[in-house]
Every structure is written in structure tokens, then in C-alpha cells.
Design a protein around this ligand. Structure first.
Ligand code: IMP
Ligand code: MG
Length: 188
């Protein structure tokens, strides 16, 4: 596989700095801690993009809570778009029936992925089901999805870093940057 260039060669601008992330995420954690105080809480992270956000967010949640993971892949999607349907490639280990579930996501773009995951989880009869997404690309929405907790609303541009990938790379960047797709050649 061809080596990908240093991120600087693909970055057109830093959209959300490390400092902005460090300020906003504890605000979300505090809000979640208030909303679920004295209640059960199960965070579900969809692999892989949401992992960095999950681990930072959960450190700021002050009430006892559990975490579980799932992975999905979408059917028949183009390179940087998702279709309406998702398939579970890694299922939860926990039973969510009767539990307060909070889905932790990196980004809601078309909303197709989260809409499909929500209907799937809803069929397992959780007590409550909400979404916390770090980023909301509202302009790109195709499926109507309720997002209860949003970190940042962003424009309809392709971003990378802080868990979000460009063809599986650059998830490690500590900020969220806009990719200059004109400068990017996908690896062969
Ligand atoms: P949706 O189904 O269109 O809402 O997109 C869901 C998934 O697409 C997200 O969980 C991300 O993995 C990916 N995605 C959407 N927009 C971006 C982006 O700007 N950068 C990186 N990944 C993205
Ligand atoms: Mg992705």
C-alpha cells in the first residue's frame, strides 16, 4: 500500500483546535452527567471514528456509567458517502433492553448511518435512546435524526483528525482539519 503524505500536505485549514475541543467536551460531559444523575447510563461507541471522542468524553462524565462498542458498515456506498442501510460487523456484548443508551458518534453527516443504527437499537427495547455527536454537518442531512448533544456544527466539508479518518489514516491528529481533496490521491 502506498504511503500517505504528512497531514500538512492535505490540510486546508484547522476547523476546530485542540483547545476548542478541550473546552467543549467537558461542557457536554457536565450536561450528560446532569441529565442522567441517579440513573443508569450506557454509552455506545460506534467504531472506529468515535473512539477518541468517547475516551475524552467519558473522563468528563462524573456519574457511574458503562461502555460498549459496535461497528457497522454501509451497503453500496460511494467512497465518501453512505447509503441508507447499515450492516453490523461487530455487535454489542451487552443487552440494552431497559437501559438508558447514549450513542456516542464522531460525526453525523447525511444521517443515514445513525438513522439505521437507531432503528436497529430501538428494536432491542432500551428504556431511552439518545445521540451525542461531536460534529454535526447539518447541511448534508438526508435522514431526519434527533441529536440530543452536539459538540460543534460544521460546514459541509470533508474533515479529518480527532478520530475521523481519510481512508483510515490521520485519526490521530489532535484537532479537526478540513481536507483539501484536490491535493489528495487515494492510495492504490
Ligand atoms: P453519514 O451516514 O453520512 O451520517 O456518515 C456517517 C459516517 O461517515 C461517519 O460516522 C464518519 O465515519 C463518516 N464521515 C462523514 N463525514 C465525514 C468527514 O467529513 N470526515 C471523515 N469521516 C466522515
Ligand atoms: Mg469513517
Amino acid at each position: 500500500m502506498a504511503k500517505l503524505p504528512p497531514y500538512e500536505e492535505l490540510l486546508s485549514e484547522i476547523l476546530i483546535t485542540e483547545e476548542q475541543l478541550k473546552k467543549r467536551i467537558p461542557e457536554l460531559g457536565a450536561e450528560i452527567s446532569r441529565d442522567y444523575v441517579d440513573d443508569d447510563l450506557l454509552l455506545i461507541c460506534i467504531l472506529r471514528g468515535g473512539v477518541m471522542f468517547l475516551t475524552d468524553l467519558m473522563r468528563t462524565i462524573t456519574i457511574p456509567h458503562a461502555v460498549d462498542f459496535m461497528a457497522v458498515s454501509s451497503y453500496g456506498a460511494g467512497a465518501r458517502e453512505t447509503s441508507g442501510q447499515v450492516r453490523i460487523t461487530l455487535d454489542l456484548t451487552m443487552n440494552i433492553r431497559g437501559r438508558n443508551v447514549l450513542l456516542v458518534e464522531d460525526i453525523v453527516d447525511s444521517g443515514n448511518t445513525i438513522a439505521s443504527v437507531l432503528s436497529l437499537l430501538d428494536s432491542r427495547q432500551p428504556r431511552s435512546l439518545r445521540v451525542c455527536s461531536l460534529l454535526d454537518k447539518a447541511e448534508a442531512r438526508q435522514s431526519v435524526v434527533p441529536i440530543h448533544y452536539v459538540g460543534f456544527e460544521i460546514p459541509n466539508k470533508f474533515v479529518f483528525g480527532y478520530g475521523l479518518d481519510l481512508d483510515e489514516y490521520y485519526r490521530n491528529l489532535p484537532f479537526i482539519g478540513v481536507v483539501d481533496l484536490k491535493k489528495y490521491t487515494p492510495p492504490a
